[in-house]
Design a protein. Structure first.
Length: 228
């Protein structure tokens, strides 16, 4: 992954932000306030004491003795750990007018993510490449990583996570095209079951021109570091 490039781009983004027409930016926020609020509302209500009691029962049922030193606080730690994995931070996307008329792909590569598979509740983690072809508006670059983080904060399948990030980007920013590629290692496949250590799963969702135009599609996959 190329963090130095990303940091540099983020600095440029801040400069763009300072130059952006503020009235326009406020308009854009109003435009996006509704989906942002809707997303914040679906955050789960977390009941830690009940989760802790259930974790204690779960471990006891599997023969784990909680009276041993080091394990007595484990149910509480388990509850807090899963609460952290399932608790998305509110997401607020702000777009800016594309005053420079930038019409090439914008891609954030190597965004690390972690989530939990909804089938086994075991972690899966990897990297995301998220990009779009701007139209009227551009998005703060850090928001591409925040989008992945937001949708990863719940039990997931890799397929759904890929699609949710792409759909949301497409619906909120109205780009000409949007693309998401995720590559992840699922511990439910590498540590148990077939124990396919080192196996990774790749998923992609392409929308708009990235889906329809073979050249844009090939360019996206090349820049995302994937074979088309
Ligand atoms: Zn699984």
């Amino acid at each position: 992954m190329n963090w130095s490039a990303m940091t540099h781009e983020l600095t440029l983004d801040e400069a763009d932000l300072a130059e952006a027409d503020l009235a326009e930016a406020e308009l854009a926020e109003a435009e996006l306030a509704r989906p942002a609020q809707l997303l914040a509302e679906d955050a789960p209500v977390i009941d830690l004491p009940t989760a802790e009691r259930a974790a204690a029962q779960f471990l006891a049922a599997l023969g784990v003795r909680l009276d041993e030193e080091g394990l007595s606080e484990t149910p509480a730690r388990m509850a807090r750990a899963y609460a952290e994995l399932f608790g998305p931070k509110p997401l607020r996307l702000t777009t800016f007018p594309n005053t420079e008329g930038y019409d090439e792909l914008v891609i954030a590569r190597g965004i690390p993510f972690r989530t939990v598979c909804e089938h086994h509740l075991l972690p899966f983690s990897g990297v995301a490449q998220v990009g779009y072809l701007p139209s009227e508006r551009i998005l703060g670059l850090s928001k591409l990583a925040r989008l992945v983080e937001y949708f990863a904060a719940r039990p997931q399948t890799q397929e759904r996570l890929t699609k949710q990030v792409a759909d949301y980007l497409f619906e909120c920013v109205h780009p000409l095209g949007a693309g998401v590629v995720l590559e992840a290692e699922h511990t439910c496949m590498t540590l148990r079951g077939v124990r396919a250590v080192g196996a990774t799963t790749v998923t992609s969702t392409l929308l708009g021109s990235l889906r329809e135009d073979p050249r844009s599609r090939a360019e996206f996959f090349a820049l995302a570091g994937m074979a088309a």
